[in-house]
Design a protein around this ligand. Structure first.
Ligand SMILES: [Mn+2]
Length: 307
């Protein structure tokens, strides 16, 4: 695989061609697997912005092509081989249409449920941050939601839309199976008003802002031991210096090491039963840097789920 400028690339050095699936992993056949990656370009768009993260799954898959021959290599992010004996699978993209949000939500819910029914952990790759709502709806309780995000997403609605990306944690709080919400990485000014923060706190959401002296340890301490954890990662939770491919770059975010520590810490404390990575905006990426980070992070996530 050539790099973006046509020059030498890491993938070419390793002999990897352009893979059709994420990292060249096997296509999901609908049967048992340790984890299944699913892409979706969006779910419930706001009229003003539409599917602004469309193409995110494709960009991240393209970046992961560089590692297509590395399934059995050592992953230093995890301190062990990339995957166990059973490889994760790629379930392809869920067809979505910006003019049919209700159908999108149903399709995502059904596809996630089909993955779970096979004993596999769904890894949903977006697409905007409205995607986790139907994913969470497909999960049984009790659930601990671990949100990593620059924004708390507790708006009742935006532009009259209740199921959009700024309401994801509010909708999660209304689901009977969600017992705990831990939110890490909030900073700067987002869409939250003081009343939204009050509502989150009153419900019992554990808010760990990015300014916390040790946001990783503070967040992990709020996850009940043995919890079934649904991770909702918005890429803007990371610092924009390492993840530029987001609509709202906000300084002071988590580092890549913080992200790894959070995820490995969460997997050690409880069990990750679902994972969503959202808000990757290809048009904001810089020379593929964000897509490469996303691919590396998702390879670590799949490895954690396949141990
Ligand atoms: Mn966000």
């Amino acid at each position: 695989m050539a790099s973006r400028d046509g020059g030498p690339s890491l993938g070419a050095m390793f002999g990897a061609g352009r893979a059709e699936t994420f990292m060249g992993l096997p296509r999901w056949d609908g049967g048992p697997a340790p984890a299944v990656l699913l892409g979706a370009d969006g779910c419930t768009p706001y009229p003003s912005v539409g599917f602004y993260c469309a193409g995110g799954p494709a960009a991240i898959r393209a970046a992961a092509s560089a590692f297509a021959l590395a399934h059995h290599n050592w992953n230093f992010d995890l301190g062990r081989p990339a995957f166990g004996a059973r490889l994760p699978a790629d379930g392809g993209d869920i067809p979505v249409d910006p003019s049919r949000p209700e159908e999108n939500r149903r399709a995502i819910r059904d596809r996630v449920a089909a993955v779970i029914a096979q004993g596999a952990v769904p890894v949903l790759v977006g697409g905007d941050d409205s995607l986790p709502i139907p994913m969470l709806q497909a999960l049984d309780g009790p659930l601990c939601v671990l949100q990593i995000d620059a924004h708390i997403d507790w708006r009742r609605d935006v532009e009259g839309e209740r199921w959009g990306l700024s309401s994801t944690m509010r909708r999660a709080s209304e689901m009977g199976q969600v017992e705990r919400i831990v939110q890490v990485g909030a900073r700067g000014i987002g869409s939250a008003r003081p009343a939204d923060v009050e509502d989150a706190r009153r419900w019992g959401a554990r808010l760990v802002p990015a300014t916390d002296p040790d946001p990783v340890e503070s967040a992990l301490a709020q996850i009940p031991p043995g919890a079934r954890i649904a991770v909702c990662l918005d890429w803007d939770g990371l610092d924009p210096s390492i993840m530029p491919a987001v609509i709202g770059r906000s300084a002071g975010g988590l580092s890549y090491a913080d992200l790894l520590d959070l995820l490995t810490g969460a997997a050690g404390r409880g069990r990750i039963v679902a994972f969503a990575a959202t808000e990757f905006m290809p048009s904001r990426d810089i020379d593929g840097q964000g897509a490469t980070l996303a691919a590396q992070a998702l390879i670590a996530v799949l490895g954690l789920l396949c141990a």
